[in-house]
Ligand binder design. Structure first.
Ligand code: CP
Ligand code: NVA
Length: 327
């Protein structure tokens, strides 16, 4: 696998062999880290981290992974840089390319990270856009492989609003790696036809299946992974909560839904999750709509099925693999 110099913008750009290679490299780097074996393979290099939206996992993962590899980082926060406000994306790309060996970007439209990559002479990494979240899915695939010992034919169900970055990227990842992917959502809340067609073509080669289902009980039956995401993503207007709660409530991941899943099934979530009212936003929305949780109940989130914290840790190991392979 030679990925030197490549951008990491969406998993659509990578072959199953390349994705598998990144997962294996992440597992290897994880083992090294656990054993205390130094791996400063990129000593002396530097990366810029542009965040136009907030982050805990992605930022921490890039920073720690970079440090473990011997690299320096600069964090450009949503307010404290010129990006997009006083300096265009094209100019930013050319400025940062002269100073850094790689650029991470989290923000809004996918076209922005693509423009950044077009004008950059160093690899650009997508740390989340409205449409895609590829580093998250790499971590999810590593976590599933660790748990099930394989990816092929794992029965994977995404529950909730399937029109946004997580469901899109999970559908791509599953179709590339041969999982059986079901998006379970209300009518009109499924991935676009264009992306679905692309994924069906990919699935035809990998042996994956792609299904859309509106009934949560049908989708959950024999599922091995039940995955969900927040009902309102970063950058979406707060007044959409009312509609989302009304439409998506039947798709909340609950214990009774989990009872229909396969033996050994796991719960996954990219996080952060609204599983209780211990956050200011969670409490505010739950109070307003008289609820105690949103996309997943606290019971499932805290249950033995939940592998969300293993998944979160794997963000770091997989982001490290992406940087190690491309730099
Ligand atoms: N899952 C994820 O991307 O988390 P952050 O928003 O905290 O980076
Ligand atoms: N769909 C969520 C994912 C967060 C990791 C968002 O974009 O806010």
């Amino acid at each position: 696998m030679n990925l030197k110099g490549r951008d990491f913008l969406t998993l659509l750009d990578f072959t199953p062999e390349e994705i598998g290679g990144l997962i294996d490299l992440a597992a290897d780097l994880k083992a090294k880290k656990k054993a205390g074996i130094p791996h400063k393979m990129l000593d002396g290099k530097n990366i810029a981290l542009i965040f136009e939206k907030t982050s805990t996992r992605t930022r921490c993962s890039f920073e720690v992974a970079a440090r473990d590899l011997g690299m320096g980082t600069t964090y450009l926060d949503p307010a404290g840089s010129q990006v997009g406000k006083k300096e265009s994306i094209a100019d930013t790309a050319r400025v940062l390319s002269g100073i850094y060996d790689g650029i991470e970007y989290r923000g809004y439209g996918q076209e922005i990270v693509e423009e950044l990559a077009r004008y950059s002479s160093v690899p650009v990494y997508n740390g989340l856009t409205n449409e895609f979240h590829p580093t998250q899915v790499l971590a999810d695939l590593l976590t599933i492989k660790e748990r099930f010992g394989k990816l092929r034919e794992v029965n994977f169900v995404f529950m909730g609003d399937a029109r946004y970055n997580m469901a899109n990227s999970l559908m791509i990842g599953c179709s590339k790696m041969g999982l059986d992917f079901t998006a379970c959502a209300p009518e009109g809340y499924f991935p676009s036809e264009e992306l679905t067609c692309k994924c069906r073509d990919i699935a035809a080669k990998s042996g994956a299946t792609i299904k859309f289902e509106t009934d949560p009980a049908v989708a959950a039956k024999d599922a091995e992974v039940i995955y969900t995401d927040v009902w309102l993503s970063m950058g979406e207007p707060a007044d959409a909560w009312e509609e989302r709660i009304r439409v998506l409530s039947p798709y909340q991941v609950t214990s009774s839904l989990f009872e229909k899943a396969a033996r050994g099934a796991v719960f996954m979530h990219c996080l952060p999750a609204f599983h209780d009212i211990k956050t200011t936003v969670g409490k505010e929305i739950c109070d307003k709509f008289n609820r105690d949780s949103m996309e997943v109940t606290d019971e499932v989130f805290e249950s033995e099925y939940s592998i969300v914290f293993e998944e979160a840790e794997n963000r770091m190991h997989t982001i490290k693999a992406v940087m190690a392979a491309t730099l």
